[in-house]
Write a protein that binds this ligand. Structure first.
Ligand SMILES: Nc1ncnc2c1ncn2[C@@H]1O[C@H](COP(=O)(O)OP(=O)(O)O)[C@@H](O)[C@H]1O
Ligand SMILES: [Mg+2]
Length: 1028
């Protein structure tokens, strides 16, 4: 009988970061209803959803002595409660011989793994299920007759980037392209040669799952993979052989799939970036297909007839076809974040869960006489063998079997026939194995497995014991489920650290991005442990080490860009405890925060909620930027990445949040692009895929530039900077004619543009002197017409091929854009007549108080290496050269220090010439200035310090100039206007900057601006102020 998929939702507690920034709670639950509030409109009626179960795990709990989170109020759903509702049902059905599936869906960090597997004493559904299953088996066995048998086997796989990896078979993890997915005519899709381990106790299962998780962690770290993008499936096959009433042996089989899905967040960012490489869709194939399958199934259950369910579109949906729409009892648990900033993701999770509710599956008891099963398998094998022997796979057979391989029967290709043959052979092998297994006694199979496991289990046990006495490193991972999975001992004597190609093999082997054969070395002399870098980069507690360095208990150590460990020293720890010294156990977040801080990013003290969110973003993005840089260096891609904090103003917005973006710089021609976060994250995923192909030795690892994630078209427009035009004069009906500085997101001057705004008649004729308005309020209810002119740009960056200006005036929805002008000194010759027949109060206020923001966008020159200067130079050398050019530094970490927002500068002791006022006034303009390295490093090199000081001074000068510009009041503007119009009446055609300066008497900010302008504009200076 068809029944609906059962759906549960569960909301987790706030995490530390959410508590710190005092996040607001947007989820509520009453009975089976779940409510979500929109943080932008907390007073509005919340949206409500109904599910089979709504689990409140947000509060009303406490941590007991053993770490178990237990309820203190009636509301809290603990792990046991969730198991009793969901897991117990799965268990009962497994005993009855039904296939069962349990999915966890939700964004990364929402609590999927917590519900499925759990942490420490808070065991999730999977371990409790296994525990209870074996309790049941033991109880049955105690009274079992001779012919009864209970068999449990386990497999564990991961789907990453549409490739299947067998987590219980480390060899398959290294296999290029992953394992093949094939289709059996009656049994559906399966993974070729997936290991299926017989297990005889809960302990066995626990060991196997840990082994799988360890394999997964090693692979994810070595491949610098984004582990939240992997789907993990634990499949437990439970076979009961019992005699029926007539004494005939019956086999009852249940396959239980426990699926921890990839983080759902990426589905949302798909396409949002509008990038040339539509990475999103490729990366999300399994998850987005899951969404499509669920929608199609929901449509079907609503009675829509002609719906095609796209199971075949992804590996995940192929393997879970039964679970989703076939012979299975299926449960989905949707994990929810309680915090306001996750509103969009959480709402989309709720909608997904809501759709899943509608799906129906039809589970049947899988029970047959054992003899019959064996006979069927034999018959099937005989048929396959015959087919293969005659070698005559005909087209008819091909199409008859087409369903099996998923091939197109209309295509007559030898390749296809070859593929068919392989599929049949594999099927044959699999059947044979099954027959063998059926013939073997279960005891024999278990004994075999136990033999295989023994050395593994012994080694693991030994490791657990040694961890108590031998100093070691344990890994930190972004995913808490993959944390503390890898251990490297630093035994008495010397331990070399190096990659797997080093010979002889190093004591501590780690592989992957930027890990060298002789990366470094650790010495342990009577418990005193020291570490030294040789050819590789090592950070201890966030700082790069340049000499042998002592290691202490709980120190954080980073090898290359992504192997992060904590050093554990059992004896030191014991000593600390004795002395009452408590050292906090580091977490991935605290360790990354430390690295970001040492690299010169932000301090947490006194931060607003917005700053804290920004800081989280920096902490998330910085390791990725470092990885991207390391990949560019190894693949010789001649680009460099940098974090950029971009204020809303610098993005041409009036308000909003400062955002973390990533700047990619072409090291050969200096072209730069600013990518938003989603685009960078997706690109990085593709870079990692390319890097992996390279590491695996694929000839075709490199791709044409159109597909290259490290490449960007010079034709992609970049924001050169913005210009702010004060409109006050216009409200007095005075002309505005100005040469304004184009400022980029770092506060750097990127040239100038000349604009004019001239009040006029509706036909565009100039107004007379008498039209001047003393009081702008007089404008209300009257008409205002003006010409908006953007004449030209001067001194734009030299690598600009073309540029144009875009702006929105007042309530415009659409941008108004100038035509493209060429080169550094483009002529835009733009003119537009604006007509406001009846000015409203709001409009007049806008003129008096606001600025018009003009964005200057450009296309860069697509030049090859400048004059051959970079020919024959590889990326690593170019990166090193750039560092010394810009900073006179050699330290990567110090280079990172250059990006520093003014005002976040509290911990740096250098006194800025202009004082902090200038800095503060520019804070909101996204001005980013370099900062000096931390004091300890400063002493090392006077030259470096001077270089920094010079930069700080330069930045200071710019900041001051900007402040003065900002300070020049609107009244001054109108003064200038009157002076100019006087001059114009006197018949003058041009006015030079020198004259302008003289007119203003060199006073205040004006003169500073003009001097700066003159500096930048050179020959253009006199032209720039032509009076029309
Ligand atoms: N119900 C819960 N109670 C307490 N802590 C939870 C709960 N759900 C999640 N967490 C914590 O939140 C963090 C993220 O959860 P996790 O299950 O790893 O997320 P996901 O697997 O969805 O990425 C973990 O540190 C976990 O311990
Ligand atoms: Mg997880």
């Amino acid at each position: 009988m068809a029944e609906n998929v059962r759906v549960a939702v569960r909301v987790r507690p706030f995490n530390d970061r959410e508590k710190q920034r005092k996040a607001s709670l947007i989820i509520d639950m009453r009975g089976n209803s779940t409510y979500i509030k929109n943080p932008e409109d907390m007073a509005a009626e919340p949206r409500s959803f109904a599910f089979d179960y709504s689990y409140w795990s947000h509060d009303e709990f406490k941590e007991s002595a053993n770490g178990y989170l237990e309820p203190t109020g009636g509301r809290y759903a603990d792990q046991r409660k969730v198991f009793n509702d969901l897991g117990q049902g799965v268990l009962d059905n497994a005993w009855k011989g039904y296939n069962c599936s349990l999915f966890a869906y939700g964004q990364t960090g929402s609590g999927k793994s917590y519900s499925m597997v759990g942490y420490g004493s808070n065991k999730g559904i999977v371990p409790i299920f296994c525990e209870e299953l074996f309790k049941g088996v033991e109880a049955k066995k105690a009274t079992a007759g001779e012919n009864e048998e209970y068999q449990v086997t386990l497999s564990m796989l991961e789907i990453y980037n549409e490739q299947v990896r067998d987590l219980l078979n480390p060899k398959s993890i290294a296999q290029k392209g992953g394992l093949k997915v094939r289709q059996h005519p009656s049994k559906g899709f399966y993974v070729e040669s997936l290991v299926s381990c017989p297990v005889s106790s809960y302990n066995d299962i626990e060991n196997k799952i840990s082994e799988g998780t360890r394999n997964r962690t090693v692979a994810a770290t070595n491949m610098n993979a984004t582990s939240s993008r992997a789907h993990t499936i634990v499949a437990i096959t439970f076979v009961q052989k019992t005699p029926n009433e007539t004494g005939q042996s019956m086999t009852r089989t249940s396959v239980v799939n426990l699926v921890d899905l990839a983080g759902s967040e990426r589905a949302e960012s798909t396409g949002a970036t509008g990038d040339r490489l539509k990475e999103g869709s490729a990366i999300n194939q399994s998850l987005s297909t899951l969404g499509n399958v669920i929608s199609a199934l929901a449509d079907l259950s609503m009675g829509k007839k002609k719906t095609v369910v796209p199971y075949r579109d992804s590996v995940l949906t192929k393997l879970l076809q039964n679970a989703l729409g076939g012979n299975s009892k299926t449960i989905m648990i949707a994990a929810l974040s309680p915090a306001d900033i996750n509103f969009d993701e959480t709402l989309s999770t709720l909608r997904f869960a809501d759709r899943a509710k509608a799906i129906k599956t039809t589970a049947t008891v899988n029970e047959s006489p054992t003899d019959k099963l064996i006979r069927e398998l034999r018959e099937e094998n005989a048929r396959l063998m015959e087919l293969l022997k005659t070698g005559g796979i005909t087209l008819e057979q091909l199409s008859a079997n087409a369903g099996a391989g998923g091939q197109n029967p209309n295509q007559d290709s030898s390749e296809e026939i070859e593929e068919m043959k392989k599929a049949m052979e594999e099927e044959l092998r699999k059947n044979q194995e099954e027959i063998e297994n059926m013939k073997k006694t279960w005891q024999e199979r278990l004994a075999e497995q136990e033999n295989e496991n023994k050395s593994n289990v012994d080694a693991e046990l030994k490791k657990q014991e040694e961890k108590k006495v031998i100093p070691h490193f344990w890994n930190l991972h972004e995913d808490p489920a993959l944390t503390a999975m890898i251990v490297h001992f630093t035994r008495e004597g010397t331990s070399k650290i190096g990659n797997k190609n080093a010979s002889p093999a190093p004591e501590i082997t780690i592989s992957g991005l930027s890990i060298q054969k002789q990366h470094g070395v650790v010495t342990n002399k009577g418990g005193v442990v020291k570490i030294k870098a040789i050819d590789g980069k090592i950070l201890v507690n966030g700082a790069k080490i340049t000499k042998e360095t002592d290691l202490h208990h709980n120190d954080r150590v980073l090898f290359g860009p992504n192997h992060l460990y904590v050093f554990h020293h059992p004896q030191d720890e014991a000593k600390n405890v004795k002395e009452g010294k408590v050292t906090e156990t580091p977490t991935y977040d605290t360790a990354q925060e430390e690295i970001a801080k040492k690299a010169g990013f932000m301090d947490k003290a006194g931060k607003s909620e917005e700053d804290l969110i920004l800081q989280e973003d920096v902490i998330q993005m910085l390791p990725m930027v470092n990885e991207a840089d390391a990949m560019s260096a190894e693949l010789d891609k001649k680009v460099k990445f940098e974090l950029a904090l971009v204020s809303p103003q610098a993005r041409g917005l009036k308000g909003g949040k400062t955002e973390v973006m990533v700047k990619m710089r072409n090291l050969e021609n200096g072209n730069e692009w600013l990518w938003d976060r989603n685009k960078f994250i997706n690109r990085k995923f593709l870079m990692q895929e390319m890097y992996q192909n390279y590491v695996e030795g694929a000839d075709d690892w490199d791709v044409p530039k159109e597909k290259d994630p490290f490449w960007e078209d010079a034709d992609v427009e970049v924001l050169i900077g913005t210009v702010h035009v004060h409109l006050m004069s216009l409200s007095h009906k005075l002309d505005i004619e100005e040469t304004l500085t184009v400022t980029n997101y770092q506060g750097k001057e990127n040239g100038h543009i000349e604009i004019e705004i001239m009040p006029c008649t509706p036909k565009g004729e100039g107004l007379g002197e008498d039209d001047f308005l003393d009081d702008p309020k007089e404008l209300v209810g009257k008409e205002l017409n003006f010409k908006f002119k953007i004449n030209f740009g001067r001194g734009l960056p030299s690598n600009m091929r073309q540029s144009c200006c875009k702006f929105k005036f007042y309530l415009d929805n659409q941008y108004t854009s100038t035509a493209y002008g060429d080169g550094m000194n483009p002529e835009y010759k733009f003119e537009k007549l604006f007509k406001f027949p009846k000015c409203s109060q709001e409009f007049v206020d806008y003129l008096m108080e606001s600025v018009a923001v003009i964005e200057v966008w450009g296309k860069q020159k697509d030049t090859s290496p400048k004059g051959g200067a970079t020919l024959g130079t590889d990326t690593k050398q170019l990166m090193a050269r750039e560092k010394s050019n810009l900073f006179g530094l050699s330290n990567y970490e110090e280079e990172q220090a250059k990006l520093k927002k003014i005002g976040d500068n509290k911990q740096t002791p250098v006194k800025k010439k202009g004082g902090n006022k200038a800095a503060d006034s520019n804070k909101d303009n996204g001005v980013i200035i370099p900062v000096p390295p931390p004091p300890a490093e400063k002493k090392q090199n006077d030259q470096q310090v001077n270089a920094y000081k010079k930069q700080a001074d330069d930045a200071d000068r710019r900041a001051k100039a900007a402040e003065q510009r900002a300070a020049s009041s609107e009244s001054q503007v109108s003064d200038i206007r009157s002076l100019l119009s006087q001059k114009k009446k006197g018949g003058a055609e041009t006015i030079t900057i020198a004259e302008l300066e003289a007119m203003l008497g060199g006073g205040g900010g004006r003169s500073a601006t003009s001097t700066a302008q003159k500096e930048h504009m050179g020959d253009q200076a006199s032209k720039a102020c032509t009076i029309q």
